[in-house]
Design a protein around this ligand. Structure first.
Ligand SMILES: Nc1nc2c(ncn2[C@@H]2O[C@H](COP(=O)(O)OP(=O)(O)OP(=O)(O)O)[C@@H](O)[C@H]2O)c(=O)[nH]1
Ligand SMILES: [Mg+2]
Length: 416
């Protein structure tokens, strides 16, 4: 299970009802203040995360047979694109959608098959192929472009980069589009001796890969690249000051995938926030989803802290429970749990609050109160923020790492 829009709407509705119950008896000013400063922004955050989320759009280009379809399959973790297709006769771009129904995610792929039709190094690019590529970039305005090249052929294809850079200049100038492109050096396994694989166990192969990456960075693309992983520089480089934002060697051969997660991370870094959830959820990238969870906790902490600017002193910490129940449910869903109040209740049960069967969200919220580490007598902004942060981090530890951490302990940590 994961996050889906329908369930989110249901959850937001029950959080809203919870708020109404808790706000009973408050005076009108306080209620309005809470709605405007606390519940409104919290719901807006979730709306941004879920309702505004959209499929990432990824465009692939590169010569026929260099592995565009294989890379899509490797990233998606399933066979969605035909590998070793009949060679296309005419250049075209084929847009298609990959769905991950059980993960509530969708990707949009634009495969520009046949555009760089030949693998013969001496054969320059056809005029109409360049036009098709340019028009596809403008039409689909992808989040990321992957330029796929077979590693052993890198040294023969420098002309492709000139053509591509010209296209991108036009796209930038005339259409004001700036689209990050990742150079994917596919078939990394096939350079040198294919038996010396993987590079982690073969220093010679690792050196060979690094040489090619350096050559591409220095001589062909002329970019200042920084290793993405300092311990493994041959996992690839990234840069900011170029149409190309990185060079990543991979193997996308089915059954022998290598370095795909580095590629996935770099794509993720260049995706608009609205496209990240669909991208990472589809791949069950737990660490990336945890990062989304962490940034959500920070935002909710900030929102809770807003309570400090209330025109009248608030003393009732239970005013925060709708916000926190919402946060816990979303953290759980990001970790792959069902998106519902039951997920929040599961957490409460796990960290030692007595939640009986069929407990309602209202009772859950009451129980949650037992967990909230309270510092002062009055509900100040900083007390509200620390309590929310502690609960968020505790829920994150539980859902992502299966660890039971008392929020009180986390609060002690922040106070240090
Ligand atoms: N050794 C090795 N072979 C690969 C790798 N990636 C793809 N291949 C093989 O290369 C061939 C072509 O791969 P495709 O993914 O069909 O290439 P494509 O770029 O989509 O080709 P077109 O659709 O014709 O433009 C297939 O036989 C793949 O199995 C890799 O990383 N290593
Ligand atoms: Mg293909």
């Amino acid at each position: 299970m994961a996050i889906d829009k329908e369930k989110t709407r249901e959850l937001l509705k029950s959080i809203d009802e919870l708020f109404d119950v808790i706000a009973v008896g408050l005076n009108e000013n306080t209620k309005n203040f809470l709605k405007k400063m606390v519940m409104g922004p919290a719901i807006e955050e979730i709306r941004k995360l879920v309702e505004d989320s959209r499929p990432p759009i990824m465009l692939l280009m590169g010569r026929s047979g260099h592995g565009k379809s294989s890379i899509i399959n490797a990233l998606a973790g399933k066979e969605v694109a035909a590998v070793n297709d009949v060679k296309p006769e005419t250049p075209e771009s084929v847009p298609y959608v990959i769905t991950f129904p059980e993960l509530h995610s969708t990707w949009q792929i634009v495969d520009t098959r046949g555009i760089f039709e030949t693998t013969k190094p001496t054969h320059s690019l056809e005029e109409d192929a360049v036009t098709v590529l340019k028009n596809s970039i403008i039409k689909y305005n992808p989040d990321v472009i992957m330029h796929v090249i077979s590693t052993p052929e890198t040294r023969n294809l420098s002309n492709d980069f000139e053509v591509y850079n010209e296209i991108m200049e036009t796209v930038k100038k005339e259409h004001k589009l700036r689209i990050p492109t990742i150079l994917v050096l596919n078939k990394a396994d096939t350079i040198g001796n294919p038996r010396e694989w993987p590079p982690e166990e073969n220093a010679k192969k690792a050196g060979h890969l690094l040489e090619i990456i350096d050559y591409m960075a220095d001589d062909v693309l002329k970019l200042e690249g920084l290793p993405i992983n300092k311990n493994y520089p041959y996992y690839g480089y990234e840069t900011t000051d170029n149409n190309y934002v990185g060079i990543i060697p991979v193997s996308s051969l089915e059954g022998d995938l290598w370095n795909i997660s580095t590629l996935s991370d770099l794509i993720g870094n260049h995706l608009d926030e609205s496209a990240q959830l669909d991208f990472f959820q589809a791949q069950k990238r737990s660490e990336q989803l945890r990062k989304i969870s962490s940034s959500l906790i920070k935002r909710f902490t900030g929102i809770a802290g807003g309570i400090g600017s209330s025109p009248i002193p608030l003393s009732d910490i239970s005013l925060l429970t709708p916000l926190q129940m919402l946060m816990i449910s979303i953290i759980g869903a990001l970790s792959g749990r069902e998106l519902s109040k039951n997920t929040a209740l599961e957490y409460l049960g796990a960290v030692g609050v007595n939640v009986g069967a069929a407990i309602g969200i209202r009772e859950g919220a009451r129980q949650l109160l037992k967990l909230i580490p309270v510092g002062g007598a009055l509900l100040s902004g900083s007390v509200a923020a620390a309590a929310t942060y502690s609960i968020g981090k505790s829920a994150e530890a539980y859902f992502f790492y299966n660890k039971k951490v008392d929020p009180e302990e986390i609060k002690k940590e922040i106070n240090k």
